[in-house]
Design a protein around this ligand. Structure first.
Ligand code: A3P
Length: 328
C-alpha cells in the first residue's frame, strides 16, 4: 500500500478535482486533500507520540468537534473546572484547543505536540497513521468517532456550501494559483452524492475509514476506543465516562457525586458551545466557527436525501463491508 513519505511525488498520485473546494489525491486507497499530503509526510517522518498522548480520529463531519471538546475538558478538568468562567472552551473553539496532527505538523512555527494539551486529532485513516503511532509499544492511545455515512455526507455537503469561499481561497493559496473553476463552484448535492458513493470524498471512502479503526479496536481495545456519534447523543454520560476511563483519567465517585460528568456534558453540548461568542463570530483556518455547530442530530439525512439515495448508499456500504463484522 502506498503511503506518503517526504520524497513522495504528490503530482504522480491520481487526482480528483470534482469535490470542491479541495483537490483530492488518492493515496493508500483513500482520497486525501492534496494540501494535507506534506503534513502527512511530516507526521511519518518526524512525529513521535508520547505514551500519554491521545489521538482523536474521525472521518470528517462525524462529531470531531464534539469529541475534541469532551476529551479536552475531561483531561484538563483539574486545571480547568468545567464551570469556570475562564475555561478555554469559553474562549476558544474546540479546534483551537485540540489541533489536527497532519495540519499542524504541515505548518511552520506550530507546536507539533499541540502544546501541553496531550491530545491531538486526525482525519487520517488508520492505515496511514504510520508505525510510530500504531505500534503497540508507542503507548499512544486512539479514540475514534464513527457516524452514519448518510449523516456524515449531508453534514459535509452543507458545511462545504457554507464555507466554500474561505476554503477555496486557502486551496488556491496552497496551490499557488487563483481559484480554478472547479474549486470555486460547489457541485450539487446529487453530484457530490455520486462521488461519495464512489468513495471520492474528503478522506473517503467513509466505510473503509470507519472499518479500519473498528477492526483495530477489536484487535486491540486498549489501544483504540471506538465510539458512535448516535450512541453518544443517546447517552452522553456513559460515553463520557467510558472516554475518561480509556484516556486514563476516570471520574472518581466524589467527582461524579459533585456533578463533574454532568458539567462536562453540559459545557460541551451543542447548544452551550454554539452560543459562545467565539463560536458565533470566530473563524478557523478553513471555516467559520458557527459552521461546526449545525443540528447535531441522528437521521437529518432524511431532510436532504431521497429514500432511493439512502437505499443505494446503504447497499454500497453493505457490499463493501461484507466479510467484516462491522455494521453501521
Ligand atoms: P450536523 O451537520 O449533522 O448537524 P465535525 O465536528 O466532525 O465536523 O462534525 C460536525 C457535526 O457534528 C455537525 O453535524 C455538528 O452539528 C455536530 N456537532 C458539533 N458539535 C456538537 C456537539 N457539541 N454535540 C453534538 N453534535 C455536535
Amino acid at each position: 500500500m502506498a503511503s506518503p513519505t517526504m520524497d513522495l511525488d504528490i503530482s504522480s498520485l491520481p487526482l480528483e478535482t470534482r469535490c470542491p473546494p479541495f483537490r483530492l489525491r488518492q493515496c493508500g486507497g483513500f482520497w486525501l486533500p492534496e494540501t494535507s499530503l506534506p503534513g502527512i509526510a511530516a507526521v511519518h517522518a518526524s512525529f513521535a507520540p508520547r505514551p500519554e498522548d491521545i489521538l482523536l480520529a474521525s472521518f470528517p463531519k462525524s462529531g470531531t468537534t464534539w469529541l475534541k471538546a469532551l476529551a479536552f475538558a475531561t483531561l484538563h478538568r483539574a486545571d480547568h473546572p468545567p464551570r469556570a468562567a475562564d475555561h478555554p472552551l469559553r474562549r476558544l473553539n474546540p479546534h483551537g484547543c485540540v489541533k489536527f496532527l497532519e495540519l499542524d505538523l504541515g505548518l511552520p512555527a506550530q507546536d507539533p505536540k499541540g502544546g501541553a494539551s496531550g491530545v491531538l486529532a486526525t482525519h487520517l485513516p488508520y492505515s496511514l497513521l504510520g508505525r510510530r503511532i500504531t505500534a503497540e509499544d508507542s503507548g499512544c492511545r486512539i479514540v475514534y468517532i464513527c457516524r452514519d455515512p448518510k449523516d456524515a455526507f449531508v453534514s459535509s455537503w452543507l458545511f462545504t456550501k457554507k464555507n466554500m469561499d474561505m476554503a477555496a481561497a486557502m486551496d488556491a493559496a496552497n496551490n499557488d494559483s487563483p481559484p480554478s473553476k472547479a474549486t470555486k463552484a460547489l457541485c450539487t448535492l446529487q453530484e457530490a452524492f455520486e462521488l461519495f458513493c464512489d468513495g471520492r470524498s474528503f478522506y473517503g471512502p467513509q466505510w473503509h475509514h470507519v472499518v479500519g479503526y473498528w477492526q483495530e479496536s477489536r484487535r486491540n481495545p486498549h489501544k483504540v476506543l471506538f465510539l458512535r456519534y448516535e450512541e453518544m447523543l443517546q447517552d452522553p454520560v456513559s460515553n463520557l465516562k467510558k472516554l475518561a476511563e480509556f484516556m486514563g483519567c476516570p471520574f472518581s465517585a466524589e467527582e461524579e457525586a459533585a456533578g463533574a460528568v454532568r458539567d462536562i456534558v453540559e459545557l460541551c453540548s451543542l447548544d452551550t458551545l454554539r452560543n459562545m461568542e467565539v463560536n458565533r463570530n470566530g473563524a478557523q483556518l478553513l471555516a467559520r466557527n458557527d459552521g461546526f455547530f449545525r443540528k447535531g442530530v441522528a437521521g437529518d439525512w432524511r431532510n436532504h436525501m431521497t429514500s432511493a439515495m439512502a437505499a443505494r448508499l446503504d447497499r454500497i456500504v453493505q457490499d463493501q463491508l461484507q466479510g467484516s463484522d462491522f455494521t453501521f
